[in-house]
Write a protein that binds this ligand. Sequence first.
Ligand code: NAD
Length: 228
Amino acid sequence: MRVVVLTGAGISAESGVPTFRDAEGLWHGHRVEEVATPEAYARQPALVHRFYDQRRAALASVEPNDAHRALARLEGELGGDLLLITQNIDDLHERGGSQRVLHMHGRLRSALCGGCARRFDWTGALGDRPPCPHCGRRELRPDVVWFGELPYDMDRIHGALGTADLFVSIGTSGAVHPAAGFVLYAAAQGARTVELNLEPSVGSRLFDETRHGPATHLVPAWVDELLR
Ligand code: NAD
């Protein structure tokens, strides 16, 4: 059985990483448009750097939870028949044991050079404008996909959705495209679809099955059922 799992901010909420939809479109007190668009970065680069530098530093004080670990267990059983796609920019799936994760919206612990377009693993700050390790220009930005930019790995994602038997969406509001459309695409290609979320998402009615509650309860129970 081929399984595609899509995760969003809700899977990391119980690890202490705030989502943003739940707080009325605010992300740590900022409107999304202030910190997550190319226009915001062009207008106020210092503010945007400070925001992501704080988010990156905060990763040091959070830990993966049982939902992340359950998906790592699923990977251990299904191997290449599982594709885990996350909209999250944190690294909790990897620290929970998942080895193959597609970060369609990029990663906090990565920097992208505006000069040479190379990407580098990055754990420090970017606000002090360090030079690019390759070209030396001081144009490193957070390697995250902002609103209005193209997500990573879309060809691979569409390929996997097209051959999936099961598509499962976990902890995502269904408000951000293109991820919000994956359920329809997978269903049209014949996959069964399941939503695991704290509450009904924007697109809940599009799923064959919905289960509502905290991810740390729902996800381990769903993995147990699938592997039974
Ligand atoms: P979102 O904030 O829009 O929605 C979160 C969803 O998770 C909501 O539907 C909410 O009901 C649900 N939820 C909250 N707590 C939950 C829990 N304990 N168990 C299960 N579900 C829970 O998140 P999204 O849909 O991923 O929004 C997309 C954007 O937010 C992404 O682009 C992502 O990059 C960005 N983001 C990422 C992080 C992160 O990396 N952890 C955090 C905040 C925002």
